[in-house]
Design a protein around this ligand. Structure first.
Ligand code: DGT
Ligand code: CA
Ligand code: ZN
Length: 573
């Protein structure tokens, strides 16, 4: 049965091929919207399908519901097969080449009768493109450059890479004369786990000074565009960044616009229209009057709404919630008082337990759990049950040194083995303060098997937390093909906590599943999985993911008082 990603990919492919075919724009946009919504649904479309409720998925109308139905029933889609006969699927890859739009692609394909990206590259190298109508040596060279840039640029940029880079750029731009403010925007400010490009917004009366500084940043390999309000660049590693410059009195409107998401902006435009206002990147206009907003608060206020936190701006119900004053009071970093997954030199961590506990205490933690790996993960120096006895003695010793600064819990990150059993017997698990169960191996098992494995761990009465539930690694490895609805239902039944692992290469659970987990009343835990002192600083990535999932501090066990948390652990056994 196709999962949401596969369905979403199918609709993106349909959108791309339709675009090359020359289909009308609103049809293409409908496919793209369906694809985007499927990716962020948080619940398998097949579940809606079983309930006969496909049309309840946002952006899914009759035509798309019929296609999903056919895909789920037969695994195939006659419409796409026909489309493929008209427009070869490999042409969709060409759309990724900068400087190549759907019209040019159709022209090149039909004139030269080539369909593979490699053929396009040879044609450009052999000078076959320059003589086509509307093209020349310049556009031919741009296509060649676009193809090699594509090879360097491997899809979306992990937030863990984008965030620090954007803040370096912002620091540089803040030093430019005349700059009053510089802030991240786009998906970066919304803290998506991956971003397509970096958007940065600058407030200044002197745009040209900012643009000069921007295109001359170290590591820039190409300038993709340079204008009065917007410029974009590409770094030699393929990362792209875009800067928007606006006068300080327009900063609020510009920041709101550039933060998006596009769908959230569309919602706001509609509210504006209903009030007789027109909202642009620059301002509101009403007849001949122009309203400038220096702050985002004023933008939302003009629309009669409270300010909406950027992490919620995905058109996932936040505008409706704002209208009815039902926005959640989102969790913040300072609410987190416990780190329930960390590693020390007892397995693969870099620091001793004492050093780690002190580092956590310096960051305001009141509880730290050491979850060194279990025995079967040999590469990480996994602990035998004998080793645990020694570790327990050591914990008693350091607890004395630490006093009441921070409470140390003796825990373990227990491997959920490929056969579905846990790495230690139940009698032993019962002796630990806390048990995290996770998978690091056998992630590519078939859906049924890997799902059952996870559910076995969820059903074990000694397991308190499922660590990084899908096992995804951004950007290299997709998570296990879990039947998430089954996993979430099992978790809801047993009351086990599901982790949002804060490491930016994990962010697992991701926001959509965490939001679904909250709906089902499952406790969430946010942990850094620290292996070194610096890793503790990743906490805000996990909190951002939780905020994207609409979580409040009550939803997250790390925010509970020590008493409540210890009681909860006690009761679980
Ligand atoms: P990304 O870069 O793919 O991760 O996603 P975003 O959300 O950063 O999108 P991007 O970089 O294409 O554009 C940045 C922001 O600009 C976006 O969040 C909202 C705004 N924006 C872009 N295109 C449109 C549009 O067609 N209409 C409206 N209203 N806003 C747009
Ligand atoms: Ca962006
Ligand atoms: Zn792990």
């Amino acid at each position: 049965m196709m999962n949401n990603r596969q369905l979403a990919d199918t609709f993106t492919l349909i959108a791309n091929l339709s675009e090359i075919k020359g289909e009308v724009i609103y049809v293409i946009l409908a496919y793209r919207k369906a694809s985007e919504n499927l990716m962020t649904l948080g619940r398998e479309a097949s579940e809606y399908w079983k309930e006969g409720k496909l049309r309840e998925i946002p952006g899914v109308g009759k035509a798309i519901a019929e296609k999903i139905d056919e895909l789920l029933t037969t695994g195939k889609l006659e419409f796409l097969e026909k489309l493929n006969q008209e427009v070869p699927a490999s042409l969709a890859d060409w759309l990724q080449v900068t400087g190549l739009g759907p019209k040019k692609i159709a022209l090149i394909w039909k004139t030269l009768n080539i369909t593979a990206l490699s053929e396009l590259e040879s044609a450009a190298k052999n000078g076959q493109l320059r003589d086509l109508p509307g093209m020349g040596t310049k556009s031919e060279a741009a296509i060649l450059e676009g193809i090699s840039a594509l090879a360097r640029r491997s899809g979306r940029i992990p937030l863990g890479r984008a965030y620090p880079l954007a803040h370096e750029i912002i620091a540089t731009l803040k030093r430019v004369k005349g700059v009053v403010a510089a802030e991240p925007a786009g998906s970066l400010r919304r803290m998506r786990s991956t971003v397509g490009d970096l958007d940065i917004l600058v407030a200044s009366q002197d745009s040209s000074a900012v643009m000069e500084a921007f295109i001359n940043l170290p590591g820039v390999s190409r300038v993709l565009g340079k204008g009065e309000t917007k410029s974009s660049i590409e770094f030699s590693d393929g990362v792209r960044a875009q800067v928007w410059v606006h006068a300080p009195e327009k900063f609020g409107t510009a920041l709101q616009y550039a933060t998006g998401s596009k769908d959230h902006n569309v919602q706001l435009s509609q509210i504006a229209l209903a009030k007789g206002l027109s909202l642009s990147e620059h301002s509101f206009t009403k007849a001949n009057e122009e309203i400038f907003c220096a702050t985002e608060e004023k933008v939302y206020e003009t629309l009669g709404l409270p300010w909406i936190p950027p992490e919620l701006r995905e058109d996932h119900g936040e505008v409706q919630a704002a209208k009815t004053n039902n926005l959640p009071k989102l969790i913040q970093v300072k609410d987190i008082k416990a780190d329930l997954q960390t590693h020390s030199t007892w397995s693969d961590g870099k620091l001793s337990m004492l050093e780690m506990a002190q580092a956590a205490a310096r960051r305001g933690m009141k509880i730290i759990a050491f979850t060194d790996h279990s025995v079967s993960l040999g590469v990480t120096g996994g602990l035998s049950m004998e080793d645990h006895k020694k570790q327990a003695t050591e914990i008693k010793k350091i607890q004395k040194q630490l006093g009441d600064k921070i409470l140390v819990l003796h825990a373990s990150e227990v491997e959920i083995k490929a056969d579905g059993t846990l790495d230690y017997p139940d009698e032993f698990l019962a002796t630990l303060d806390l048990v995290v169960a996770s998978m690091h191996t056998g992630l590519r098992q078939p859906r049924e098997k890997v799902t059952q494995r996870t559910i076995n761990a969820i059903r074990n009465p000694h397991v308190d937390i499922i660590g990084h539930p899908t096992g995804r690694l951004i950007p290299d490895r997709e998570g296990a093909d879990l039947d998430m609805e089954a996993v979430l239902n099992a978790a809801a039944e047993t009351g086990v906590a599901l982790e949002i692992n804060a490491h930016p290469s994990r962010l697992d659970l991701d926001d959509m599943y965490a939001r679904r987990a909250k709906e089902l009343g499952i406790p969430i835990t946010i942990n850094t999985d620290s292996h070194s002192e610096a890793d503790f600083d990743n906490l805000f990535y996990g909190v951002a993911t939780a905020r994207r999932a609409w979580l409040t501090k009550d939803d997250v066990i790390n925010c509970w008082s020590a008493k409540k948390l210890l009681n909860w652990l006690e009761k679980r056994g």
